[in-house]
Design a protein. Sequence first.
Lengths: 436, 256
Amino acid sequence: MEQQPLSLNDSLYFSSINFNGYQNDFWTNTYNETGTGGKFAIDLARRLNPNRYVSRNASEWTNPWPQEIIPKYAMVDYDPTFNLSFTEVSDLKALDFKQRINSKNERFAMMYSGGIDSTIMVVALLKNLTAEELKNISICTSIPALVENPAFWRKYIYGKFEIIDSMTNKYHDLILRGYTPVTADDGDCIFGTVFGIGLYHNWMPVAIRAGFTEERKAQIAQRITRFNDPEVHYSEFKDLLSAYFAVPPNQKYPLVGQANPDPEFGRRLYDKFARNCETAGMPIRSLHDFFWWLIFNVKMLNCGVRGALYYNDLVDPDTAIHAIENWYMFPGYQHWSMNNNNNGQKILGSAATYKKAGRDYIYDFDRNPWYKTFKLKLESMALNVVRQEINVDLPNGRPSARFGITSDYRLLDIDKPDVQEYIRHHLNNFQITWSE
Amino acid sequence: MWNKTFEARTANFHMNAFKKRSNANCYYSPGVDRFFAVDTLDPYTALEIAQLLSGKMPGIAVCILGVEDAFLTNDNCHNFTLSEKQVFATGASILFSRQIPAIRRFPPNSVVKTESMPLDYKDNAHFEVFLQFKQYAQFVIQAWHAAKQCDCIFNFMPMEQYANNFFKELDPGFDTPADNVNGELKTGVTNEIRKILYFSNTHTEALEQIAQMWRTNNTPLSQAWRTQFYNLLEIDPPTDLLNAEIDIERYSGYLL
């Protein structure tokens, strides 16, 4: 069936400005033809590829095109009285699965990477489900997961669950076989982001490149160790964050650098994130709060739907997005995340304390001190997706050509003239309203 | 070209003290009773190189020499031999009964200079074949080190290796690619180079086959990989590869 052409008034549920190789020429040409606002949107991809940022609540955030939030991903309202622990929330989530298994014999395919987020899912199920109930659980994984946590694999998974190879089975395979795929890809969103950790522990090169004075560097050195302290407001680091957000002039493939990146981009991006924090509807104070809010709010949609949109070729986006369960979209986790800032539950100091509450939850079950003490955050999903064929014509089009979906779930292909016209029109009219 | 040892770029990877000693490892041919190559790199890879050459030259012995021993180079090593040949290695004498290479650490003063090549290899066709082999062996030393160094740098998730080494009994049958190049090649870049080096007869033939492999696997990840490979060999990539557009039909890792 021929797809209805995209109208300039159509609003989007998801959009992606992505330098992925295939789309590079389009975005580079568009950059050269568009105005300051359009350039900002594309520079945002060049700095934090891809640009798929959407606010999940009423906080201030503008996109170039009419934007709506997929109802499934709308943020819960902030409830400062919420007091369940991470353990209690995780167990509650598992009990939800227990009920669904017993009431409707639902079968779950857990996307297990061996990382902290997906290990929490499996631990919760092992803790709370009976042996009979666990028969409805399959583990969808691949060799990198074994490498990330070999002891857990050997002791708790191998020989105990049905195993599905995630390298050769995409989401559509799981959905078409009647599973509810369950992903922990949104786990980072409740803890923070390595984008922040990358600054806390490596800020000096940024300060040097930006030409900070010795006095200013000394101030930062003294304050940034308290990135987790609500008394040290993130705005104290405005100059550092602006420098950190600037587009590097000599980016490598595929993030082709512009000869003259907008020198104001870093500050403008800081202003945009800061304005979003100021209007968050809940307290955003420390530097870690700042980065956490960035991923919890404007990046979470991407973490939530990218599997359905880029690791699925056969099932339509509406069905796939709603068939795939995001473990950490569970309201209990959302509330926990909004009520556990700056108390050591998300991060203590070093990168190996990131997701502290999750590490503790796993350790209480498996007693593996190595994993608890040393595990680092990895980009697990990319290891699978890196191998898929992306330019073949499939029912959902070419993965590399996908630009987004409309609010009625039409998949948009960057090669289509109506989609290109839509993008150019809205980028040309996009105004920077949050910053000078 | 291929006779460099401590001055070769590949030597820099090792950060060793051998930069003043060209012949930490000496490759000895029992049949010819002469050394045909030396290198200053790691001995484990020296044994692998001997294995790569073992289809052509049986019984290669990689002799790890001490600092007291003679200083030989790739240019003059065929003028040297072992002083003591009744050494056992891999269950046989160093001189016979082996196809598979052996590696041994040798006592001081194990190497002696000879007056000339043995009669069977003196100024005749046999000597020409020996020199051809010698040249190829010296190329293989550089090429295999370059291939391994590139693998260390660019093969960021060697799944096949991990699966084979650690999960043989715990693998339900996962797809285990050898590397992430994601081209047509299923065996992995480094494995393919190893096979090419084993079966080729000259460095020209091997380099052409390797170039062909890069051509048919010209993906975003392989581009940096092959650039480094040629850089370590200190030769220019074939012109067509220098200008080749990356095949973006193959995913680069930036879709998500």
